[in-house]
Design a protein around this ligand. Sequence first.
Ligand code: PRX
Length: 582
Amino acid sequence: MRYEPIKKHGIADMKVKPNLLDYERARREMSWESMAKELEWFDDGHINIAYEAIDRHIKTPVRDRVALIWEGKDGKTERYTFHDLYRLTNRFANVLKRLGIEKGERVFTYMDRIPEIYIAILGTLKAGAVTGPLFSAFGSDAVRDRLADSGARVLVTTPRLVKTVDAVVDSLPALERIIIVNREGVPYELKHREVSYEALMEEASDEFEIVKTDKEDFAIMHYTSGTTGKPKGAAHVHEAIVGHYATAKYVLDLHPEDIYWCTADPGWVTGTSYGIFGPWSNGITQVVYEGGFSASHWYRVIEKHGVTVWYTAPTAIRMLMKAGEKVAQKYNLKTLRYMCSVGEPLNPEAVLWGQKVFGIPFHDNWWQTETGCIQIANYPVQDIKPGSMGRPFIGVTATILDEDLATELPPNREGHLALKVRWPSMFRTYWNKKDLYESRFKGEWYITGDRAKRDEDGYFWFVGRADDVINTAGHLVGPFEVESALIEHPAVAEAGVIGIPDPIANEVIKAFVSLKDGYEPSEELKMDIKRFAREKLHAVACPREIEFLPGLPKTRSGKIMRRLLKARELGLPEGDTSTLEE
Ligand code: PRX
């Protein structure tokens, strides 16, 4: 069912005049080259993301504006101006220099949302090294796979999280140094290859000559899941900042007086593109809340800090809906003027719920780790069709290709969502997997792996993934990664993993498991397998449900037929089963 569009009635009754006033005209006039000129390039044509996010403002009044309002889990608040971050990131860059880190080397972070993660990421970029933020809920295998693949030389972590690394550190020969951030000052004895963040920062200078990176130099990598193999590192370059800057300005509509809150963790691309680079390159104050989800805590954050622009995700919105309007009514949320959502399909009810409870709808937008910045979006000045991801960003050409990826389809036909190459923040490779990277392109198109439709007004509608990747609570989970972890459990012979629909989390993970001889199905065994997966991978990749089967359906070549498992689970037609093993 299609819902009535939410009409926008011009800018007259908008609290703030949007940065994007005329979509059609901006599309015609937009060029990435001219957008790039709004940033400050070095005289020799080089660019550095951290320079654009922080240093550029030091010569302007933005210098003394609060860049980061950080609220800890316990409610403690710290404020950092752009100038504070300038000094601290310089110090961290000096720390890396002292440790002998050179341009292009990988420096990863594995921390909760504490101020030091922002300092480390930006300091790494200043030093010309490549940053790789790891989500703090990752288990040991997830951490090992990413550090091993990237060949990271330095990891920045905390006394609590380093325990996970200890379990795998012997299989990481490239990892020379572990910097321990101990902001709470817990008793901790540094081990071999560990150094103290606080001690090194104390000794480091506030001055650093930023490394003038080329626009094509690698800057950041985020690991993302595919259907086959372990997660792959989508690598982005310094030029990406042009995309972060432009979309934060025109899609998130950030203005100098805004207090902006992105709820995503920097362990995922939304938390860096829009939790660091986009807002700060626009000189905007942002709030970071260290705590996890809770409706009342979240509303209190908005009230306490006077959040005006809010970027969040559908699962969180649905959880807020479940908590009910009454919770929202206890708080003063009147400062909110604009709200956006990303990461998974935003159901029309959620868009409208925003309108009802906050007086403004949620604006859905679409992008991927690989695209680096928002590609399809709803804008302040355009009508919203609830359930649609919106229209391509002004510098982006999107289309729907047929099954052969050869022909563009007319409106209202379902096919493969593709984007015309290229835009500044597009990934430049999958780390160590050039062939896989190249396989994502067909002619002038980047093939997103999503299925979608475009309507007669140019609005795009998400249909589903073209592959087996599961989207649970906005996190992509590759079934292969989960299956690989499960079969390491002593009782598991085979595992097949699928996503099943869920009203809150979009999809949840279900694992079908066959047991080795000598093991009997039981509830205890299910719990044990879940615990095992949680420790190895992370909470989001841990199966919600496990079902024991005597054997799994496989093709004659031995590949587990996830499609069939899914069809059987959901009572759908089984389709072509001619390759099924007898
Ligand atoms: O399938 C799409 C879904 O999330 C995928 C990208 O996930 P990831 O690489 O983790 O990027 C996170 C940063 C956005 C997409 O291929 N997705 C993302 N946004 C939407 C969406 N599905 C439907 N609607 C969206 N707005």
